[in-house]
Design a protein around this ligand. Structure first.
Ligand SMILES: [Zn+2]
Length: 361
């Protein structure tokens, strides 16, 4: 059966995804602690308007407003029994936007982490994790998503459970991790390690990469580190936050300008990344600048670290060391166990923060 996402991947040099959901919904009245997913039912026109503005800005791929749409996350809002309803409503909105676009626009069913920590570090069992993702994945698939899009995953156990559940639908899978801790995920996975692990999953994702994190320079470096360990022909995804969050007058603002995000898009293409988008802080205006940049850019040589830093900003020592060490250094042997806690960051606390911060996608 024809699939819009797979068809576009075959025919295009690059694809532009969308920007932030949470950050942009805060602009139209969502408050910290609210579940953005409930707006698929309560404020569908606001979701429609945001997604339409991304399509108008040039996005080829729109993620549904379902990042926290698992039972585990919806439980924080006493809506754990409304998973099918919420995810179905979300796909319906995004399908309407895509159908009205006048060009192919992909409906990507967004799936974020459960917010719970998997065994052995935490208490969520593999079976419970699979069941949570399965429930959401089936709802997204039956409502007509073109692809299931796992994002902001950090733990290898959660990655495996999520992909196992998604593969039951038969839809293509995209999966992106968040490398926000000195060039690694919070749970210690390196980009190079991830490039190896995706090949061992029960269904190999059609595309994989990174999202969110700590700004465009760190994102592109992580993707370069991943690409060093990827196989020829692998489709890589980069959805970078729009700079770094800063507190200004009690509100979170992101430092990335439209010009910086445009340059990020060019550097991403030159680094061999095929699917490019924004994450937290990325507005439709940023996306429009990214689209213009890509439309008017001819692929150039892979930028050096010095060039990335000069154009996009500083990078962490961890990301730098992996990049300078090359393919073997980018995939260190010590990381094969996975699930290792990183210094200075408590996964449980991060999970609790996730529950309070709906803007994580
Ligand atoms: Zn983000």
């Amino acid at each position: 059966m024809a699939n819009k996402f797979l068809d576009l991947l075959k025919t295009r040099d690059w694809l532009l995804a969308d920007g932030a959901t949470g950050t942009n919904l805060f602009e139209v009245g969502l408050e910290t602690g609210d579940a953005p997913e409930l707006w698929n039912i309560d404020e569908p026109e606001k979701i429609y308007n945001l997604q339409k503005s991304f399509v108008d800005a040039g996005s080829d791929i729109i993620l549904t407003n379902t990042f926290g749409g698992t039972r585990n996350r919806m439980k924080l809002h006493k809506a754990e029994d409304r998973v099918a309803e919420i995810n179905t409503a979300a796909v319906k909105i995004t399908k309407r936007v895509a159908d009205e676009a006048g060009r192919p626009v992909v409906v990507a069913g967004s799936m974020g982490p459960t917010g719970d920590i998997f065994e052995p570090v935490g208490s969520l069992t593999r079976e419970e994790g699979i069941a949570a993702f399965r429930e959401q994945a089936i709802a997204l698939a039956e409502a007509g998503a073109d692809v299931l899009w796992l994002e902001t995953i950090s733990a290898p156990e959660e990655l495996e459970a999520a992909v196992t559940a998604c593969s039951e639908t038969g839809l293509p899978i995209v999966t992106t991790l968040s490398f926000d801790t000195n060039g690694r995920t919070m749970m210690g996975l390196t980009p190079g390690d991830f490039a190896g692990r995706v090949k061992e999953l029960s269904t190999v994702p059609v595309a994989y990469g990174a999202n969110c994190g700590v700004g465009a320079s760190e994102m592109v470096t992580a993707l370069q580190n991943m690409a060093m360990c990827a196989k020829e022909g692998d489709v890589l995804v980069s959805k970078s936050n729009c700079g770094i969050p800063e507190y200004v007058d009690g509100a979170i603002r992101y430092t990335g300008t439209p010009e910086l995000m445009a340059d990020y898009a060019r550097i991403a293409v030159d680094s061999g990344i095929k699917i490019i988008g924004g994450c937290c802080g990325t507005s439709p205006n940023h996306v429009r600048h990214m689209r213009d940049a890509l439309d008017n850019h001819t692929r150039g040589p892979k930028p050096s670290l010095d060039e990335i830093v000069a154009r996009l900003g500083e990078i962490s020592n961890g990301a730098r060391e992996m990049n300078e060490a090359g393919p073997l250094g980018a995939k260190p042997k010590e990381q094969t166990g996975g699930g290792r806690r990183r210094r200075g960051r408590d996964p449980k606390r991060k999970a609790a923060d996730d529950g309070k911060m709906p803007g994580q996608e």
